[in-house]
Every structure is written in structure tokens, then in C-alpha cells.
Design a protein around this ligand. Structure first.
Ligand code: CMP
Length: 380
């Protein structure tokens, strides 16, 4: 059964697309956009170059991350990443845009779940919410763990819960058709879907993944067709609620982290769409000079990339083993091997890092995890 389109026009909501969103990560974004402001938001390439991995890990060798990306053919190796034409740049339209997006797209779920302590049973059953207790329980166990719903204030969360509709789809059913107008944003509770752009399968996603945000964020036609790979349970959020509650946060995170992430060498196998999903799941932390970020022997639950500043890696009995600068990563060993932290990382200057929790690390980094494993210093 097709979902009805929401009667409200999204341009009437408080957040106007040109003021709150950046261009979508599409090579053919120009063809999709009417707002010149959105096109102006296309980032230029960053001069960041060189890469020092932590714990004696990977060294990118020649060139910057973006150079490596643009020389890599679509769908080569662990994933396609042609950044030269992305984010509304001058790339070729049509199938090239599709190829920019992903082989190996990974689903996206944060480890953090909705904290039930913040949402008493009574408040969850607010009058605006038409969900049954059974549906609420399922939501709390699954969909509410989606990073997009984390950190919502209580009121916003209730509005989202009140607006979510359960949608059951059969294997093979078309949930979204490329080129259509956007009506709903979806989160997968159970089952799996595949993404098809110009008749080419570009990715798959399972429980916890979300999709359908691009058309709602940018008032653009659907960028991909999404079909159910098996009988699946989805939750649909209408575009007005999406734009009112989730748009600002999603757009600002993608804008804030997009430029930085595309030049991080270790992420070079991720395509534009995967980087957007990664941005959704990141948070930033800052440390003063001398502060310890992770301590050898501690239990580790986060992966880090240096956004700004310098840090040192030290090991008991060995002293300093590594310097970390912008784009360096650390914290991967504990997540890869379920080991305690193998070294201490200390801020040498004021330090800003982006962090990804363990679930996000496993689900969103995909091909990157293989590279990290190959360079895991504890295995050499
Ligand atoms: N490679 C891709 N290109 C475009 N959209 C994709 C891709 N992979 C997944 N998608 C999702 O498919 C959705 C189709 O509808 P939207 O364009 O609204 O939002 C899109 C994304 O959420």
C-alpha cells in the first residue's frame, strides 16, 4: 500500500532549504537544484595532505586523500569514491552520480540507544502518539537507536514518535522510486533494502539504516530507487516532521563534517553518500593541552579522528610511539580486537577530535575496517 503524501508543503516549514542545508552530495546536484545558494555551498577541495596513522598504522604515501579518490575508478576495490564532482560540483550527471555513491554502503546505527530513563512510560504514551505499547517497545529496541533520533529533546522525540508510521513491505516491493517527489523518510526495523540508481544496484542496508532523507532535505527528486530485498518492517516519517525536527541537525552535521571527512585519507574508500551517513553519526570532543584522551589499559568504546591540533601516543615502558595530527586516527585497536586500550593518547595542543561509537564504527566504516585491520599494530 502506498503511503499518502503529506498535505503540507515543506517549503512552509520554519527551516528554509537554502538557509539551513547545503547542496546534496550528488555529482548531478546542479540538475536537481533550483537554489543558487545551495550550489554555492559546494565545497572546494581542502589542502589537507599527508597522513599519519596512529599506533604505527597506515601511511597513505603519495598524495592527499582527495587526490587518491579522484584517481580511483568507480567501484574499484573496496568502494567507489569520485570526489571530484561531488557535492554539487561539476561532475557528469546521471549514472556517474550514481556511481559516486556507493558500492559497499553500510547501514547506520549508533550504539547509543534511546535512554528510557528520559522517557517515562507515561510521557511516551502522550496523546499525540498513536502507537501501541507493542510498537513503542519495538521502536525503543530498534529504530530509536538510530543516531538521528539520539539527542533529541523530549518534546521533539515525542513529536517524532507521534508521527512515525509502521510500514510493512513485501520482498520486491518498491518503497521509493528514483525521480519521484520525496514524501517520507524511512528507518529499517527489520529486513533489508537495496538502493538502485539508474538501474544499477549501488547499495544495501539492513536494520537500523535510514534512507529517503535526500529528497526531503534538498527538495530534490528521489536520487535512488529503494526496494525491499525481503519482507521488511519500516518506520516512515513524513517530510514535514522530518524537516521540522531532523533537518537542521542532519544538514548542519553533514555540512560541518563533510569538508573534513572527504580529506581524511583513511576514509578514502568511502563514497560521498557513505561519508554523509558517517557525518550523521559523529560527535566532536575537545581537549586542552596535556589532557588525556584515552588511557592505556582502559576499556575502549570509541574511534577517533583528529580534527584539529596535535596529540601524542605513548606506551608504558616505551615512551612516545607516534605523533598525531589532523586526519590521524586512533582508538581503532580496542574496537577491532575487543582489547583494552593499547596506548595512551594525550593532547599536545588544544585538540579537537571527532568520535564514532563502536556500533557506528562497525556499521559505517565498512571497507575502512578492512584497511584498519590490515594495519593493526597489535597483529604485526
Ligand atoms: N548511492 C545513493 N545515491 C542516492 N541515494 C542513495 C544512495 N544510496 C542510498 N540512497 C538513499 O536512497 C534514497 C532515495 O530517496 P532520497 O533521494 O530521498 O534519499 C536517498 C538515500 O537516502
Amino acid at each position: 500500500m502506498a503511503l499518502e503524501k503529506h498535505p503540507e508543503d515543506p517549503t512552509h516549514v520554519d527551516a528554509s532549504p537554502s538557509s539551513t542545508t547545503t547542496a546534496p552530495p550528488l555529482a548531478n546536484a546542479q540538475s536537481l537544484h533550483t537554489s543558487s545558494d545551495e550550489n554555492k555551498a559546494a565545497p572546494s577541495s581542502s589542502p589537507f595532505s599527508g597522513f599519519k596513522s596512529s599506533f604505527g598504522g597506515l601511511d597513505s604515501g603519495s598524495g592527499s586523500g582527495s587526490a587518491a579518490r579522484s584517481s580511483r575508478p568507480p567501484h574499484s576495490g573496496g568502494g567507489s569514491s569520485l570526489f571530484s564532482g561531488s557535492y554539487g560540483g561539476a561532475g557528469s550527471p546521471g549514472i556517474d552520480a550514481a556511481r559516486q555513491y556507493n558500492a559497499n554502503r553500510r547501514t547506520s546505527v549508533s550504539a547509543e540507544s534511546l535512554n528510557p530513563a528520559n522517557f517515562s512510560g507515561a510521557s511516551i504514551e502522550a496523546p499525540t502518539c498513536n502507537l501501541t505499547p507493542e510498537q513503542l517497545e519495538r521502536l525503543n529496541k530498534s529504530v530509536a537507536k538510530n543516531f538521528l533520533f539520539n539527542n533529541l529533546d523530549e518534546d521533539s522525540l515525542h513529536r517524532v514518535l507521534g508521527a512515525l508510521h509502521e510500514k510493512r513491505v513485501k520482498k520486491g516491493e518498491v518503497i521509493i522510486k528514483q525521480g519521484d517527489e520525496g514524501d517520507y523518510f524511512y528507518v529499517v526495523e527489520k529486513g533489508s533494502v537495496q538502493y538502485i540508481v539508474n538501474d544499477e544496484v549501488v547499495g544495501k542496508a539492513g536494520p537500523g539504516a535510514s534512507f529517503g532523507e535526500l529528497a526531503l532535505m534538498y527538495n530534490a527528486p528521489r536520487a535512488a530507487t529503494v526496494t525491499a530485498l525481503e519482507d521488511s518492517v519500516l518506520w516512515a516519517l513524513d517530510r514535514v516532521t522530518f524537516r521540522r525536527i531532523l533537518l537542521d541537525k542532519t544538514a548542519s552535521k553533514r555540512k560541518m563534517y563533510g569538508e573534513f571527512l572527504k580529506d581524511v585519507p583513511i576514509l578514502s574508500t568511502l563514497d560521498t553518500y557513505q561519508l554523509s551517513k558517517l557525518a550523521d553519526a559523529l560527535s566532536s570532543e575537545t581537549y586542552e593541552t596535556g589532557q588525556v584522551v584515552i588511557k592505556e589499559g582502559d576499556v575502549g568504546d570509541k574511534f577517533y579522528i583528529v580534527e584539529n591540533g596535535n596529540a601524542s601516543v605513548t606506551k608504558n615502558g616505551e615512551g612516545k610511539v607516534q605523533d598525531l595530527t589532523k586526519g590521524s586516527y586512533f582508538g581503532e585497536v580496542a574496537l577491532l580486537n575487543d582489547l583494552p586500550r593499547q596506548a595512551t593518547v594525550t593532547a599536545e595542543t588544544k585538540l579537537r577530535v571527532v568520535c564514532l561509537d563502536k556500533a557506528g564504527f562497525q556499521r559505517l566504516l565498512g571497507s575502512v575496517v578492512d584497511v584498519l585491520k590490515a594495519h593493526d599494530p597489535t597483529q604485526h
